[in-house]
Structures are given as structure tokens and as C-alpha cells.
Design a protein around this ligand. Sequence first.
Ligand SMILES: [Fe+2]
Length: 353
Amino acid sequence: MATPAIKPNHGATVPDVVAVGDAQESQTSWLNKQNINPEARIHLAKLSHMRYQHPDLDEISGFMLDFGMQIVKQTENEVWYRGYGPDHYVYYARKGPKQFLGGVFEAQTQEDFDRVTKLPTAGLVQDLSDAPGGGSSVTITDPEGYPCNIIFGQKPTDVQVSHQEKIVLNYAGEKSRRREFNRFEHGPAAVHKLGHFGLCTQKFDAQLEFYTSTFNIVPTDLLYIEKDGEKMIVTMFAHLDLGETHVDHHSFFLSTNPGSAHVHHCSFEVHDFDTQQLGHQWLAKKGYKSVWGVGRHVLGSQIFDYWWDTTGNIVEHYADGDLVNKESPIGYVHAGSESLAVWGPEVPAAFLG
Ligand SMILES: [Fe+2]
């Protein structure tokens, strides 16, 4: 009896509407069903930076430098770290017991910012004149009790963003690199910008409703489990709705976690696959602890690499993520490890916890 042929693996770049498959819905349809008026939402321009509290600033600074960030300013109790992208800083650390202080989104206009300050849980407006770029921020509290920060009024940066050189790759059927050799230097994977962060939640429905009705945050993918024959949405990957403008597949996610509500991770973009591998090797040699990686996600397509920072938070390097816009369909995907990665190490329990 002939053995069945084993098909070789295959990769392709395909349109979003094809990649998502049959279980899809337009963003407009979803917003209508949720009774969300897109114009009435507070508009965010981008994800700006992350804020965490760490007991030992020297230790976390050592890690962040090895992770590929630069210190832009520090005082006795605070440190601001930047990437090589256009943001004044992408990560803020304050001295104190381990605590998640929230992600920070930038409002599109002063009016959007003012609307945040009038939300029921809004704190006082904070003057950020001590921080690089200045501006103001306000913190609101989401239904789970997480802080959510909005910033506005940062000065434009005068830093010239110089992107790293693109490596020319030779494929079996296409040799673009001739008499040119690829050479690399060891070191941290330089961080470009903050890409996304995500929260584990015990109040998934309330959190989803809060973020998608308050802000221009819309689902990119909704992951479900089957319960009593019904599909129950348990995870949302979400992007910022900037209309036709292409944005990252997700800058925010929510994931049901029956065990506890906590920040899952925040993720920073690096240049490419080699950069990421070299960065992985650098962190490993320095003795830091890998969480999961290097591998390639399915949803968002990113090459991922997750690490424990020195305080016990998960931080990620990613490269080659998908872009979407308002025409991209929302995908409905069965939640399971097969939706997490197409290749890479086995998903460790620590990642799912
Ligand atoms: Fe991630």
C-alpha cells in the first residue's frame, strides 16, 4: 500500500479577508450590533508608552538596556526609557513595590483629552513637564480596576529616526544578493516602539464593552470557546480605528483568565528576524529568563519572543506584525494553542497563567 504523500510546509502572504477565513464580520456590522456610534467615541491616536513600578530601579534599568532600550532621563525615583522610534519614551519606571501602572494612549485632540478628564473615574490631570516631551496625562479606572492613562500635548520630537538597514535575503528561486555578504554584530535587539499590551481579565464582557465603546478601539480577532453548544468570546485582539490608515493588528488585548486579573505582557517592536534572534541570544547570555520564544504567532503574524523582566513581568520583542485598517474583517477564531503559534517552542504554562 502506498504511503500518503507528506506535503511540504508552505507560507504565503495573503489578503486579510482570505487569511481570516469564513468566520468573519465587518467592523461596521460589529459596531452596529454593539450599538456603538463610532463618531461618539473618544479618539486615540496611538499607544504611547507603558508605566510600571519596580522595587529596584538599577536592576530593571540593567534589564531594559539589555532588552534594547536607552535611558533618556532618570531621577532617584523615576526612569524614562526610549526606543529608536519617534516617541520621547516607550517605558516609564517608578520606584516602589511591584505594580502595573497601566498603558498610556495618546489622545488625537485636546477635545478628546478633555473628554477623558470628564469620565466618571478620571483622576486629576497630571502635568508631565518633568517628563521628556512634557504634556499632560489623566488616569481613568476600567471596570476591573486597572489604570488606563491618556496623554496629550507632548512636544514633537526632534530626534531623527534612522531605521536599521534592511538585510537582503537570497531565496532558492531568487538571488538578489550577489557578491554581498550578510554580517551581524552581537548585542541587544534595539527597541523601535511600543506595539501592544494586554490584560488578563475576570470581567471580559464589561472590559470589552468599556474599551470599545469609550475609545476608538475595535476588535481585529475575537477568540471563542464552545460552551453548551454556544460560542463564548474569551479573548479580543484589538486595534485603533484610524479609518483608512493602516495600524498594527493589535495594540491592545483582553484575555479571560479565571485564575486572576493581571497585566499579561507588553510588547516592543524590533527591526527584523535576525535582530530578534541576536537579541534573544544576548538576553540568554546575560542570564535572563525566557518565557516563550522565538516563534511565529498566527493572529498578527508576528515573530515573538517573551522574557521575564527582573521584577517578574513579561515583556516581548516582536517583528514583522500585520497591519489592518477599517476595511479589515473581524475574524472569529477558536481559542486554542493552535491559534497561538505556527512554529516555536511548546507554549509554557507560565504564558497561559
Ligand atoms: Fe504580544
